[in-house]
Ligand binder design. Structure first.
Ligand code: HEM
Length: 126
């Protein structure tokens, strides 16, 4: 598999994760209390697929740009952001009253992770 394929997977995953946050977050802010969402389970599955695909794409790319990918400090930061994005969706289900903050934080985490992905050579010199 080449670098471009992993990059596409990676970005597709990020879009999927953000899409699910937006869908479930806006539902939580509006009509969550007044009924069930038939598509909640499907959204959770899409969230899981999105995270998995980010990881496959990320490690796929990392293996192409470094012989010692876990030696890259910024990879650890991105893995932490990835974990937070995973946990955030559970938080959204358990604490829907904080939906707007959770949604904003997820957007912030994704922007930060993307910025690190794009700027790591100049920011981290690796
Ligand atoms: C937390 C969610 C994440 C988002 C939203 C994200 C987003 C991005 C974006 C937008 C890019 C730039 C792609 C480009 O050059 O056009 C990128 C690059 C990259 N990301 Fe991520 N990323 C995330 C997590 C991760 C994780 C967990 C890993 C490691 C397993 C990772 C590894 C990489 C690598 C290796 C690159 C390529 C850097 C290069 O081209 O030099 N990312 N990421």
């Amino acid at each position: 598999m080449d670098f471009a394929f992993y990059k596409l997977l990676h970005i597709f995953g990020a879009f999927l994760v953000l899409g699910v946050y937006a869908a479930l977050g806006i539902w939580a802010m509006n009509e969550r209390s007044s009924g069930e969402n038939k598509y909640e389970k499907m959204s959770m599955i899409a969230h899981g697929i999105g995270l998995l695909v980010i990881l496959i794409g990320g490690f796929g790319m990392a293996s192409k740009i470094s012989d010692d990918m876990m030696g890259l400090g910024w990879i650890h930061i991105k893995l932490t952001l990835w974990l937070a994005l995973g946990g955030g969706i559970t938080l959204l289900r358990k604490k829907p009253e904080y939906a707007s903050w959770i949604l904003l934080s997820a957007l912030g985490l994704i922007i930060l992770a993307s910025s690190i992905g794009i700027n790591h050579y100049s920011w981290f010199k690796e």
